[in-house]
Design a protein around this ligand. Sequence first.
Ligand code: NAD
Length: 500
Amino acid sequence: MSNGKTSNMRKREVVGDFINNEWRSSGAAETLDVVNPATAEVLGRVPLGTAAEVAQAAEAAGRAFPGWRRTPAVERVQYLFRLKQFMETAFEDVSRSITVECGKTLDESRAEMRRAIENVEIACGIPQLMQGYNSEDIAPGIDETMIRQPVGVSAIICPFNFPGMIPFWYMPYALACGNPVIVKPSEKVPLTMQLIFKLLEQAGFPPGVVNLVNGAREAVDAILDHPAVRAVSFVGSTAVAKHVYSRATANGKRAQCQGGAKNAVVVLPDAEMDMATKIIADSAFGCAGQRCLAVSLVITVGEARQVFTESICNAAAKRVVGNGLEAGVQMGPVISAASKQRIESLIGKGRGEGASVPVDGRGARIPGYENGFFVKPTILVDLPPHGEVARTEIFGPVLGLMHVETLDEALTFINSSEYGNQASLFTSSGTAARRFRYEAQAGNIGINIGVAAPMAFFPFSGWKESFFGDLHGQGLDAVEFFTQKKVVIERWPKEWTRRF
Ligand code: NAD
């Protein structure tokens, strides 16, 4: 078929689902090719799972729930301790799998897996993290206690850009709190979760506690509609995040949905320019710009304009682009031919809106990888602030530059964005830094930081159209999300205690 769908008669291996501790072939009739974006080689096929596979997983998870929640927290975390060890042992294999199916460099994949493991480590503290609290004698002889209990079967729906890490913003906490999980990876990058689920299998979770279903839109909608699923964690584009949030909550589930972004960084004239350039280039072009915390716009203030424009153009032009598996490569391909085409068309649109393109990454040809989906680093100078490109998530290695005269103007622009994932400031002024931290309307703030990615023991925030819900992934927010609070009030009259 011309849209990339294949009939399931082709010989390439189809990835499996993992349900009730068994690897199963999906009953789905349709499959998609899984493609290495550096080479365009087909790596395997992914089934487009349907409501039938989701129901099997949800029912298995539902059956596992009573036993898993009764397993003491100190025992539940033993599975996670084992998982961590298996993840350390398989670290290089899993990192390589991320690079092969997603395109980022091996070092970027390793960093991703480090954060995944960190989340397992933090969730191992659950015996203490999920404790409740109590008050004795709220009235004579009456005590009140808050207990945290697991919320129930929890589903995790993932995007393509962090195939190893993003499931771990949620999964370790859900499991540690006593919830069975269903993971639905992105259909573009299903291979890494195959490896991770082999590690989960090795860790020996009871049947039905960890489940993997492959698929796309149909599988997601089935998750959102299945009554056994009580909580949904989603990461992806804003349009789909809105859909998932509204359908999940309309069906009475709790939901936390991370969406898209358009992150701006402000460079003040007192910034340390060499450091700012290096960090901003890493943020804009790292992972080929396919990060929800990638800097997409730089707003230079006053005299910062000239020096920063020159230095960032040099840094962009020098970046080594190629197959992420090869040593010395600093940036890999984007995820697909369609993505490359969309990014190149947005570069053209930026030019049409009046920006100049002193570094133009369109039409990139990487020797030996002529079929790969490469876009080289691109700089759009004097991007009009009210044009479409200054407001659209590009999700590629394209950095737009804009200029203003004051920090006030920069903040006004940032706060007018529909997104609120990240905003950063480069400065040596504590006063400017404090003002920015205080006033910028974004959930993750960087001061002299290009990718303000929260450690596992902080929530991965996001505001406005970048997040729908109340509680975020990671850390204490995740513990709150994966537990429901029960309040118990007990009366033990004094007269009764006298009997003993
Ligand atoms: P996507 O929205 O296309 O897909 C995400 C998931 O939703 C996938 O599992 C996919 O199968 C499913 N899906 C896609 N269309 C659907 C539909 N119509 N109905 C139901 N389910 C559907 O996102 P992507 O392209 O895989 O990932 C890139 C996006 O994710 C970017 O917008 C990026 O900013 C965002 N992202 C955000 C964060 C964050 O923390 N805010 C982190 C990573 C990625």
